[in-house]
Ligand binder design. Structure first.
Ligand SMILES: CCc1cc(N2CCCCCC2)n2ncc(-c3ccc(F)cc3)c2n1
Length: 258
């Protein structure tokens, strides 16, 4: 295996450094954390379990990390749950994945509401099975007045498609004479994206050792700190989130000066 530019977290004993919530909360907390939740299939394979077991375990981690992010004072947590490329997976796996939003919400929506969490979704949910879309729309409706953590699921989402659709919409406005080319600024483009009501991610976390963006929030991540870990998503813990935020805080210490 080639020598990686960052430490392998998965094979080493747990990091000698242990961070506490109190210690991390003494420094600025990233307002928007985005996570590419990778490694569920590999986690199952390592245990000779079906891939569905990895997805199920990954869903339990979503609940745990959502609760902890809310405690830390993170304002927005974006989770890449299903990309437009995921449709290429075996039908049985896609069918299972499409049941997870209902399962998650049936089990945890009362708790999310209790914790004042505001559920949102970016992506083309109109292309999801009816039962999946209904569960998601109900969660969005039932939590829309909540003012706590914004839990933003990326479902059937692809960044290039999002940007292309925005360009098409802007071109139509120019064609109708409602916009001039000079009015097309970065702010205007951002206002045509699905994330128009959200600030850009301050910290991106990707698990399972993959070092790529996989067509996730390409425009929005322009100035985001990236933190990669070999840890597989089902093994991701509050301590790993603290480690990622500690790295974010170390990198942003320079903000005070040159
Ligand atoms: C539709 C694919 C999918 C996969 C999935 N996994 C599987 C892959 C990633 C690891 C996490 C568990 N989760 N976990 C929660 C949701 C969810 C989505 C929307 C919502 F409103 C509430 C919950 C979810 N959705």
């Amino acid at each position: 295996m080639f020598n990686k530019i960052w430490k392998n977290k998965e094979d080493e004993p747990s990091s000698p450094l242990v961070y506490t919530k109190e210690e991390i909360m003494r420094n600025p907390i990233p307002k928007h954390v985005a996570i590419i939740m990778d490694g569920n299939g590999r986690w199952a394979k390592k245990r000779a379990l079906p891939r569905a077991a990895g997805h199920y375990e990954g869903m339990q981690v979503v609940r745990k990390i959502t609760r902890f992010a809310n405690e830390l004072g993170i304002k927005i947590l974006s989770l890449y749950a299903f990309s437009t490329e995921n449709w290429k997976r075996p039908k049985s796996e896609v069918d299972y994945l499409m049941k997870l939003p209902e399962q998650f919400l049936t089990t945890f929506l009362p708790e999310l509401a209790e914790e004042n969490v505001n559920v949102r979704v970016i992506g083309h949910i109109e292309q999801l099975p009816e039962h999946t879309r209904r569960a998601v729309e109900r969660a969005i409706h039932e939590t829309k007045e909540n003012t706590g953590l914004i839990l933003n699921f990326a479902l059937n989402y692809g960044s290039r498609a999002e940007i292309t659709y925005a360009v098409q919409q802007i071109a139509k406005e120019v064609q109708k004479g409602r916009l001039s080319p000079e009015q097309i600024t970065e702010e205007l483009v951002s206002s045509y994206l699905m994330t128009k009501d959200l600030t850009d991610p301050d910290l991106l976390i990707r698990t399972s050792g993959e070092i790529r963006l996989s067509n996730f929030m390409l425009w929005q991540l322009a100035y985001t700190e990236f933190w990669f870990t070999d840890v597989l998503w089902p093994d991701f813990t509050e301590q790993h989130l603290l480690e990622a935020i500690a790295a974010f805080q170390k990198r942003n210490r320079r903000f005070g000066g040159v």
